[in-house]
Design a protein. Structure first.
Length: 118
């Protein structure tokens, strides 16, 4: 599976962005899509994930109630709608995919930068 993430940019605090991640290749073998982020000087952290066929969604506590993950299976695309953005949301956002629940994410997009100004 190959992933391409896009939609990042510069936004003021309180604003919103929608990230997209399009998958190509052996997409039928993908179990779920996850979004991760890495802020400068920090480790990469989980943000949200969605199971392709069931639609089950999971969120990090830090983004719950502000971010919404969704998917369009027909388009092999996942989305991350980010509302009420805070400066601490500034990071490079990556989408990732894996073939099963207990397997590591092994397909990664190139990352898209999100900068939230105060």
């Amino acid at each position: 599976v190959q992933l391409q993430a896009y939609g990042g940019g510069l936004v003021q605090a309180g604003g919103f962005l929608r990230l997209s991640c399009t998958a190509s290749g052996r997409t039928f073998s993908s179990y779920d899509m996850g979004w991760f982020r890495q802020a400068p000087g920090k480790e990469r952290e989980f943000v949200a994930s969605i199971v392709w066929r069931r639609g089950s969604r999971y969120y990090a506590d830090s983004v719950k109630d502000r971010f919404t993950i969704s998917s369009d299976i027909a388009k092999n695309t996942g989305y991350l709608r980010m509302n009420s953005l805070k400066p601490e949301d500034t990071a490079v956002y990556y989408c990732a995919a894996r073939s099963a629940l207990r397997r590591p994410y092994d397909a990664w997009g190139q990352g898209t930068h999100v900068t939230v100004s105060s």
